[in-house]
Design a protein around this ligand. Structure first.
Ligand code: 4NP
Length: 206
């Protein structure tokens, strides 16, 4: 059985990846009062095919929204706890932080449960998730640069699953002044992830 890590464990493999690949030091252990969903660190054995990691540059805007949206879609379909869902950053700048306040506002508005404190993607992620979704073309280039050559994961841009049939880039709202771009990001994630799940796991009534 492979080891399981909480993202704040001192021996989490992201720390060794950060050192090896980016020459980075580790994030300090967090003392957070934020209540994270208990399923996040669940050690329940799940179908390995049902696992998805959302990746963006900082893991404070787009990927935590995508993660929360997917949990919500699963909940709405009675599938809570059946998928392993996580998110991660390409870069290490925001490791340990809560999502951006504007992302939190959008999650609150749509009654999404916040799942995440930012972490950086690690080597183990490429073998422990079936689907790894980047949010934009640059994320895809970065993922291509760090994924192992024999990586078994399906690494795609989330926007390939947009129901209109044309690949989109998920709106990057980080440099916006307000939260309108975060709403757009939410809507795009919702559309793509609903459509993705329709294809992967059609509901029995369909
Ligand atoms: P995210 O947004 O990748 O959707 O979390 C960003 C977060 C931070 C930065 C850029 C985008 N940044 O440059 O620090």
């Amino acid at each position: 059985m492979s080891a399981q890590w909480s993202r704040h464990d001192s021996n989490h493999p992201q720390r060794s990846l950060a050192r090896q690949q980016f020459g980075l030091d580790v994030a300090p252990r967090l003392q957070s009062t934020v209540q994270l969903r208990s399923t996040r660190k669940a050690r329940v054995k799940m179908d390995p095919e049902k696992s998805v990691l959302f990746v963006c540059l900082g893991n404070i805007c787009r990927s935590p929204i995508a993660e929360a949206v997917f949990h919500r879609i699963l909940k709405d379909r009675g599938l809570t706890g059946t998928w392993k869902v996580d998110s991660a950053a390409i870069g290490e700048w925001h490791v340990g932080k809560l999502p951006d306040s504007r992302a939190r506002k959008v999650m609150e508005r749509h009654q999404l449960e916040m799942e995440t404190l930012a972490r950086q993607i690690c080597t183990e992620d490429f073998s422990s998730f079936k689907y790894i979704f980047g949010m934009d073309s640059q994320n895809m280039l970065d993922l291509g640069g760090i994924s192992p050559p024999d990586c078994p994961a399906v690494i795609e841009m989330l926007g390939v699953h947009h129901p209109a049939g044309q690949t989109i880039e998920i709106r990057d709202p980080y440099y916006d002044t307000g939260d309108a771009g975060f709403e757009k990001c939410y809507a795009e994630c919702h559309a793509c992830l609903s459509h993705f799940l329709d294809k992967i796991q059609p509901s029995k009534s369909n």
